[in-house]
Design a protein around this ligand. Structure first.
Ligand SMILES: *[C@@H]1O[C@H](CO)[C@@H](O)[C@H](O)[C@H]1NC(C)=O
Ligand SMILES: *[C@@H]1O[C@H](CO)[C@@H](O)[C@H](O)[C@H]1NC(C)=O
Ligand SMILES: *[C@@H]1O[C@H](CO)[C@@H](O)[C@H](O)[C@H]1NC(C)=O
Ligand SMILES: *[C@@H]1O[C@H](CO)[C@@H](O)[C@H](O)[C@H]1NC(C)=O
Ligand SMILES: *[C@@H]1O[C@H](CO)[C@@H](O)[C@H](O)[C@H]1NC(C)=O
Length: 403
């Protein structure tokens, strides 16, 4: 970028050459150089950022400008090229393992869903594709337990992707550059507990994650979730599962069928109404069906308000109605409702003991691919930031993060 003045003076000098031909050549050459600079700019955002900051500090020295907000001089640099008209997401499939890319874009929700719903007609991939698990964090603000997750993901680049949808006042957070969460915040909107915009956020996460063809499994997590096993165990459990994990059951009474709204009839009938945990895990095929649903979701958007709680009913109902055969009907995320009330138990510092973590990992057995399996839950919530130091100390040994 700093070379621009140099280029200009060079071309000025050469302009004095009499031949029209050489002028054309120079203009062409200049365009080529500029193109290359732009391509490099596109390809490596982080390198570019460092370079930018470097050049700013030298400029500032020259200008004797001591303004603390100099960082924002970034704005005066040449703007990034406009997004291509058809940003077909092929890059992610061929990109090198572990290479981090920014997930920012300026697509509207409609455009995003439309692009993400595309399915390749040719079933063989023209590149080596390692299936990845998309870890999608639906948060208010930052991912509170990110240091613990950083430890969990360490050494497994290329097998996972991270997406964060964060709403709330403090959503202007930044993660340190060496964190796996760095640059992974997707364009997010406001979310309210129990409202249908929570499901809109989940669909937004799914759509962003679907843009990467390597993502094969999609897990929804909150900022208070922790993994209960090491990465390789969780990866193999998910990748090898024949079923999606969307909890779905029929429940009589006020917090079950009582939340059904008759305005949804006849698209959704009361005997089709299901309930289940919001925290799901699903296959790529199901994720595409979810973001493409133009029949059931609009009905929920219009009529599932007030005491309806779309986040606990839309997916359980939709999936059991249309894709029940491919669903395990259980959630992989442990949560303790035993104390009653609208919110589950929260775990603070002294709750985190070896015995407690062992209990969460093996509290009961479940069916997995049609057979009994000792593992039911891969994740657990709700852990507060006060639990972080003990988690970092105790959990990696129990969960065998690096054996
Ligand atoms: C970021 O969020 C904090 C509150 O958490 C607020 O005080 C600050 O002004 C925000 N900064 C910007 C640039 O929006
Ligand atoms: C449970 O599933 C895991 C993950 O696939 C597998 O490694 C383990 O052997 C299974 N256990 C049993 C008892 O089948
Ligand atoms: C839910 O939405 C419908 C249609 O927009 C409206 O008539 C109704 O008052 C709303 N109910 C609540 C509890 O917000
Ligand atoms: C889950 O529920 C659906 C009905 O909604 C059923 O068809 C399916 O067999 C159930 N899955 C399992 C693994 O039992
Ligand atoms: C993950 O945990 C399993 C079982 O606890 C263990 O066998 C395996 O070696 C661990 N993997 C890594 C990479 O540490």
């Amino acid at each position: 970028m700093k070379n621009t003045p140099h280029h200009i003076s060079l071309s000025k000098a050469r302009l004095q050459l009499p031949s029209l031909f050489s002028i054309i050549l120079i203009v062409f050459g200049f365009g080529l150089c500029f193109g290359i600079v732009l391509t490099v700019h596109l390809k490596n955002v982080s390198l570019n950022l460092q370079f930018t900051q470097l050049s700013i500090s030298t400029e500032n020295d020259n200008n004797n400008n001591d303004d603390k907000n100099n960082e924002f001089v970034v704005v005066s640099l040449p703007p990034p090229p406009p997004p291509p008209t058809l940003p077909v997401p092929t890059k992610s499939g061929t990109e090198k393992c572990g290479r981090r890319t920014d997930v920012a874009h300026d697509m509207s929700d409609d455009e995003l869903m439309w692009r993400a719903s595309m399915v390749p007609e040719v079933s063989e991939y023209p590149f080596v594709r390692t299936p990845k698990v998309a870890f999608m964090f639906l948060t208010r603000g930052s991912v509170l337990l990110s240091p613990f997750w950083d430890l969990f993901f360490k050494g497994h680049d290329g097998l996972f992707s991270i997406y964060v949808h964060s709403s709330g006042l403090s959503s202007n957070w930044t993660e340190p550059e060496d964190s796996v969460f760095y640059g992974r915040r997707i364009p997010s909107k406001e979310v309210h507990w129990g409202k249908v915009n929570m499901v809109e956020a989940e669909r937004r996460l799914l759509a962003n994650a679907l843009l990467d063809f390597s993502n094969q499994r999609f897990v929804l997590l909150s900022e208070s979730c922790i993994p209960l096993f090491n990465f390789s165990t969780i990866y193999s459990y998910l990748i090898n599962s024949k079923y999606s994990h969307v909890e779905s059951y029929d429940l009589a009474g006020p917090v079950g069928r009582g939340r059904y709204s008759w305005k949804m009839h006849p698209t959704v009938k009361i005997n089709e109404w299901r309930k289940g945990s919001q925290w799901f895990e699903m296959t790529r095929d199901l994720a595409i069906k979810v973001i493409s649903d133009k029949v059931y979701f609009p009905v929920f958007q219009s009529y599932c308000n007030g005491s309806c709680y779309a986040d606990e009913h839309y997916l359980p109902t939709f999936v059991s109605l249309r894709f029940g055969k491919m669903n395990s009907n259980r959630t992989l995320t442990y949560v303790d409702w035993s104390k009653g009330g609208p919110h589950p138990s929260r775990y603070i510092r002294y709750d985190v003991t070896r015995e407690f973590l062992h209990k969460l990992r093996g509290d009961r057995s479940c069916e997995y691919n049609g057979r009994r399996n000792e593992t039911c839950h891969l994740f657990a919530r709700k852990f507060t930031p006060h639990a972080l130091d003990r988690l970092l100390r105790i959990a990696p040994k129990i969960m065998r993060f690096d054996s």
